[in-house]
Design a protein around this ligand. Structure first.
Ligand code: NAD
Length: 410
């Protein structure tokens, strides 16, 4: 991706310029600390050995251990893992969580392997990256196509080598030290950020019209909590297409339906629309919660919303973001909006280290505090410097890492 289409590197450069950072420090914070590429040999169910390639990139640990998910996808390569690891450094810093940024993955299509093959592959991968991870060094988590089961294998593999260590990964099942509130955390954080945005943008939250693209973990929980706040969710979509009702969809029933069937397809209420039609609907908040680059040069001129809440990672391309700034359509960036997930992952790690379980109310209250504080910091800087929320977010995040870096190096 060029820097004009990659919103992260474009935002980094813009924020560095606005902060007046010294070029040597800007360069130091851009370069990953360590990148590991490993061969992962494992036995297929037919008895043959197959080798795949795995990665772990540790971008920066100035403010705490590396933290970031492990992705299984055919598009995974070193560039993608590097840019996602970098994003984690800024996200953890923005939320003022004592972590750095990391990411990992294996470049495979997991649908081509059986569960037992995935287990052998996962365990072998974790052994291969064992020399560079640790409870206070680097703490992986689930990402695209990895889940609580994969984290259980990782935790088991690490514990066999080092003794019982639930804090080595987050996103575990509750029975193995997972946290209450983790499943809903990213959607809950997205709803909190939308609520705060409504106040600052002077949009009445009661009856505010919401459109959500993607009704998976993040999108469905965001819709559920926004509905509870009194918003009117008028359209949602998933890979099967969209549903639209100008009077508002029955979100609690749709949430249950989707939880059971893993799709909104077949739900009785609402008019069927395409994803293109959904993006063009008139609304207060458009929440892309599915894919990267969903809003791009091709469709940006058709949007009809007041504010975009980036729940997915990188759903608005850099070029589209520039156009939206000119048209005075706000964008609340991913590193702020979807940081609820890593925040509750951090809470999970703290509970594991304390060997003490918090109840869900406690987790949610702490998440609320963190999200609101970060939002207010970003909004204050946006006002002071007259920059978009994305640039203000990067400025807060980079400045915090820079200060820590200078204290440690100086
Ligand atoms: P998910 O797999 O649970 O859900 C993805 C949803 O998007 C599904 O409903 C799917 O049908 C839909 N979708 C896929 N292609 C689509 C298309 N072309 N048009 C419309 N909908 C489409 O994933 P998730 O965990 O909800 O993650 C969504 C996004 O949020 C991703 O970008 C992810 O990286 C980001 N994110 C997730 C978390 C988390 O905690 N889950 C945290 C931070 C960021």
């Amino acid at each position: 991706m060029s820097s004009s289409t990659n919103p992260t590197s474009a935002a980094y450069k813009h924020a560095v310029e606005k902060l007046g950072m010294k070029p040597n420090i800007a360069k130091a914070l851009e370069i990953p600390d360590r990148e590991l590429t490993v061969e992962v040999p494992f036995r297929r169910d037919n008895g043959e050995v197959e080798s795949v390639i795995g990665f772990r990139v540790q971008h920066n640990n100035t403010r705490g251990p590396f933290k970031g998910g492990i992705r299984y996808h055919q598009h995974v390569d070193i560039q993608e893992v590097r840019s996602l690891a970098t994003l984690m450094t800024w996200k953890t810093s923005l939320l003022d969580i004592p972590y750095g940024g990391g990411k990992g993955g294996i470049g495979i299509d997991p649908s081509k392997y059986s569960k037992t093959e995935l287990e052998r592959m996962s365990r072998r991968f974790f052994r291969a990256i064992d020399p560079i991870i640790g409870v206070n060094v680097d703490i992986p988590a689930p990402d695209v196509n990895t889940n609580a089961q994969v984290m259980s294998w990782f935790m088991d593999e690490y514990s066999q080598l080092h003794g019982y260590s639930p804090a080595i990964v987050t996103g575990k099942p509750l029975e193995l030290g997972g946290s209450e509130g983790r499943e809903a955390a990213t959607g809950r954080g997205t709803a909190i950020i939308t609520r705060e945005t409504a106040e600052k943008w002077e949009i009445d939250l009661q009856g505010a019209q919401i459109v959500v693209q993607g009704f998976g973990n993040v999108g469905s929980y965001a819709a559920k909590f926004l509905h509870e706040y009194g918003c009117k969710v008028i359209a949602v979509s998933d890979v099967s297409g969209g549903l639209y009702d100008p009077d508002g969809l029955d979100i609690p029933t749709l949430f249950e339906y989707n939880y059971k069937h893993r799709t909104i397809d077949g739900f009785e209420q609402g008019k069927k629309i395409t994803n293109e039609e959904l993006l063009a609907l008139e609304c207060d908040f458009l929440i892309p919660a599915a894919l990267g680059s969903a809003i791009n040069e091709q469709n940006v001129d058709k949007l009809n919303c007041k504010v975009i809440i980036e729940a997915a990672n990188g759903p608005v391309t850099g070029d589209a973001a520039n156009k939206l700034w000119d048209k005075k359509i706000g964008i609340i960036p991913d590193i702020l909006t979807n940081a609820g997930g890593v925040t509750v992952s951090y809470f999970e790690w703290v509970q594991n280290l304390q060997q003490f379980k918090w109840d869900e109310e406690d987790v949610n209250a702490k998440l609320e505090n963190k999200m609101v504080k970060a939002f207010n910091e970003v909004f204050a800087l946006k006002k002071e410097k007259n920059v978009p929320m994305r640039i203000a977010s990067f400025m807060v995040a980079i400045d915090r890492v820079q200060t820590a870096y200078n204290l440690r190096e100086g």
